[in-house]
Each structure stands twice: as structure tokens, then as C-alpha cells.
Design a protein around this ligand. Structure first.
Ligand SMILES: [Zn+2]
Length: 80
């Protein structure tokens, strides 16, 4: 199984659907077995959802990506 650090390194790309099917499988396996990363995943998805739900229009894809980028940057800062 991959480590949390490996998971974290791919996490942003995973959310943006930019990982290969093999990597996606590894990440989902890790997610199903690691509570810490599962919580991280949940809270990131919720943050993105809150931001997008509060918009009265459909966010262009590049904006939702930049939201993910912002959340990821904050998560990285929190871990540092
Ligand atoms: Zn983990």
C-alpha cells in the first residue's frame, strides 16, 4: 500500500481527474484503508462543494480547479 505522503502527493491530481487508472486505484485503496486521508478527502470535497454550491452559476472548470488548488495549498501549509 502507498504511504500517506504518496497519497498526498497525488491527491490534487486525483481530485482533478488527472491521474492514471492505476494510480487512481492505489489512491482509492489507500482512501478506503486510511482514516486520516479519508477525513482529508471528505473535508476537501466538502469545501469545494460549499464554494461551488454557493455560486448561482456553474463554475467554469478552471475555477473549480483553482479552488482545489487553494484548498490543497492550505492543507500543505497545515502539514508543514
Ligand atoms: Zn493515509
Amino acid at each position: 500500500m502507498i504511504t500517506c505522503d504518496e497519497f498526498f502527493a497525488e491527491f490534487g491530481d486525483y481530485l482533478e481527474n488527472r491521474v492514471s487508472p492505476e494510480v487512481r486505484k492505489e489512491l482509492e485503496l489507500h482512501l478506503s484503508q486510511c482514516r486520516a486521508c479519508h477525513v482529508l478527502y471528505d473535508s476537501t470535497c466538502q469545501t469545494v462543494k460549499i464554494v461551488t454550491d454557493n455560486s448561482s452559476f456553474d463554475l467554469p472548470r478552471n475555477i473549480s480547479e483553482s479552488i482545489i488548488g487553494t484548498v490543497m495549498a492550505k492543507l500543505r501549509a497545515d502539514r508543514a
